[in-house]
Design a protein around this ligand. Structure first.
Ligand code: ATP
Ligand code: MG
Length: 564
């Protein structure tokens, strides 16, 4: 490509509203442009990077035996009603009507559509397993679209769905996808970690996330200093900490006027926070109805909302109104594990089971109780957020926290969609069974942002040769100089002929401007054709290391062959 013919528009100023470096660089480099919140147009350079990532994803998936399809972006809402997600999905699902009043959604994910494609067409265990994927647009009306390609409303996702006759076979495919994803992310050139993820109501290790390790991620992951254990904080477990013994001979009720927070309670009673019990009240929303839920955890712990949500199997947890609290005689600030009412859900953190001599609310205004023994007669669940410094549930070493960007997610689904959508096959005994499924996603457009977050410097992007928009930028010092112009043109045709993706900066602008653009756009190599052209020599700049090397122009192909 000749720069003078290319649609490349770089800007010096950092766009306001863009806080994340990747967002700033993508806009400044003219890779993308935004037409509305969370909606992006890809300009030629951005499209080239996107296509390269797409190619890597496709190449590895095809090698692993998956097949590409392409499903409609617009999905009839009946399918979503069949699965029960039409109302459950909330406002991220964009619903609309066509001219005939037919209801549709813009696909935020395609479990329903894929099951619909397969049901009736795969009817026997002999036609299984099957792994179908697409790399297509998704739309989610995110509450807070931000950070550029990181959290868009319209974005490109690879979504794959596998169909099996048994759980064992699905599990085999799940492991194959984990290995395939690892190869994809290595090839894309990103540092990542596979972590245990929240699997919703399914639980267990049915779900894994691939986290790009960067300083700017929205997700927090905890990983073990010693072993391989890693988990999203939403799912992270820990060994129950050992708390120093604390004896107190106060027993029974004690007046604690206006002492409603754990910190104040500990201070007021001169007790450690880990001897107290904290209650958090939420309203849990279900498919058909709602209930007040009280979660009890140790005063020194933090409630992990995703775990709390899973514990009551709700769609959402919101704050209850004062009227609702009054209705159920919930005395905020003084709620204790003794609270029991059949209409209200009460869940106690598993680490509190059989704990003795605790201090908690008395379910009476301005009153707490000493000597609370929790026993085992409650509903227990893992409710708390593991923290940096806690002990690894696998080996006991320390857990370390860091931020990550979710670039992929693989999930063992079972019959969660095949059952409601009535998608079945005949097994070996001629018995109808629902497909056992897995689902596998990659944030293809998010990967662009994640790669930049992980590979950049103060001057701009630093692409690797696998996904760079162009591999080589030929920077001509002076176009008026005949020797320089001729050599640059010759190199350009030679490189194109040899199949190297090259851009020739033939603009009539200063050398400094050209080099700034080279650095901002982050092509792996620049070939500077300057004064040395008369001796047929060129200078090669390595964008990543900044190293410069003067070589004879005749050697360029060999030089590249040794490196790329
Ligand atoms: P998140 O927790 O970041 O919202 P998710 O759990 O909703 O992600 P999935 O439904 O598993 O994501 O989607 C698969 C992949 O699509 C994610 O791993 C992520 O890389 C990407 N992705 C999800 N939401 C967005 C978005 N709004 N913009 C860009 N990529 C996204
Ligand atoms: Mg999401």
């Amino acid at each position: 490509m000749r720069w003078t013919r290319a649609f490349i528009r770089t800007v010096k100023e950092t766009p306001k509203d863009a806080v994340l470096p990747s967002h700033q660089l993508l806009l400044r480099g003219g890779f993308i442009s935004s037409s509305a919140a969370g909606i992006y147009d890809y300009m030629p350079l951005g499209k080239r990077v996107l296509d390269k990532i797409r190619f890597i994803v496709k190449d590895e998936l095809d090698k692993a035996g998956c097949e590409e399809v392409s499903l409609g972006f617009v999905t009839p809402s009946e399918l979503w009603q069949e699965s029960g997600r039409f109302f459950k999905y909330g406002k991220e699902l964009l619903r609309f009507k066509d001219r005939k009043e037919g209801e549709f959604v813009l696909g935020p994910t395609h479990e329903e559509a894929m099951v619909n494609l397969v049901r009736g067409r795969v009817t026997s265990y002999k036609q299984l397993p099957l792994n179908l994927y697409q790399i297509n647009l998704k739309f989610r009306d995110e509450a807070r679209p931000r950070f550029g390609l990181m959290r868009g409303r319209e974005f490109l996702m690879k979504d794959g769905y596998s169909f099996h006759a048994s759980y064992e076979d699905m599990s085999r495919e799940f492991n194959l996808m984990e290995e395939t994803y690892k190869r994809i992310f290595k090839r894309v050139g990103i540092d990542f970690r596979v972590v245990e993820a929240d699997s919703g109501a399914i639980g267990g290790s049915g779900s894994k996330e691939f986290m790009a390790l960067t300083d700017s991620g929205e997700d927090t992951i905890l990983s073990c200093e010693k072993c391989e254990y890693g988990a999203n904080v939403e799912a992270a477990k820990r060994v129950k900490p050992i708390y120093p013994p604390f004896s107190d001979n106060r027993k029974g009720e004690i007046k604690t006027p206006d002492v409603t927070s754990i910190a104040n309670l500990a201070e007021f009673l001169k007790i450690p926070e880990y001897k107290t019990i904290k209650a958090i009240v939420k309203k849990a929303l279900f498919d058909n109805g709602e209930k007040i839920a009280i979660f009890f955890i140790r005063g020194s712990d933090i409630l992990e909302e995703t775990k709390a949500l899973n514990a009551v199997n709700a769609n959402e947890l919101i704050d209850p109104s004062n009227a609702e609290l009054e209705k159920y005689e919930i005395v905020t600030g003084f709620i204790g594990v003794g609270y029991k009412r059949s209409e209200v859900l009460t869940i106690v953190d598993r680490e509190l089971e059989n704990e003795v001599d605790m201090i908690g609310g008395a379910n009476k205004k301005d009153t707490h109780i000493f000597g609370v023994n929790i026993g085992s007669d409650h509903t227990f669940a893992d409710l708390i957020a593991a923290q940096e410094g806690d002990s690894c549930p696998v080996c006991g070493a320390k857990l370390k926290g860091r931020s990550g960007i979710e670039i992929g997610h693989i999930f063992q689904l079972g019959d969660r969609y095949s059952k409601p959508l009535n998608a079945a096959f005949l097994d070996e005994n001629g018995k109808a069974k629902n497909f056992i499924m897995g689902t596998y996603g990659i944030g293809v457009s998010r990967l662009i942002a994640a790669v930049i977050e992980a590979n950049r410097d103060e001057k701009g992007c630093v692409w690797n040769d696998k996904i760079a928009p162009y591999l080589i930028d030929i920077v001509v010092g002076s176009l008026k100089d005949k020797a320089q112009k001729t050599l640059a043109e010759n190199l350009y045709s030679q490189l194109l002929h040899e199949g190297y993706e090259t851009i020739l900066d033939d603009r009539d602008v200063g050398f400094g401007v050209k080099m700034n653009d080279f650095e901002l756009l982050g092509f792996p190599y620049a070939i500077i054709v300057g004064k040395n052209a008369t001796e047929n020599r060129i200078e090669i700049v390595d964008r990543k290391s900044g190293e410069r090397e003067l070589i004879s122009a005749d050697r360029i192909i060999n030089w590249l062959k040794e490196r790329v």
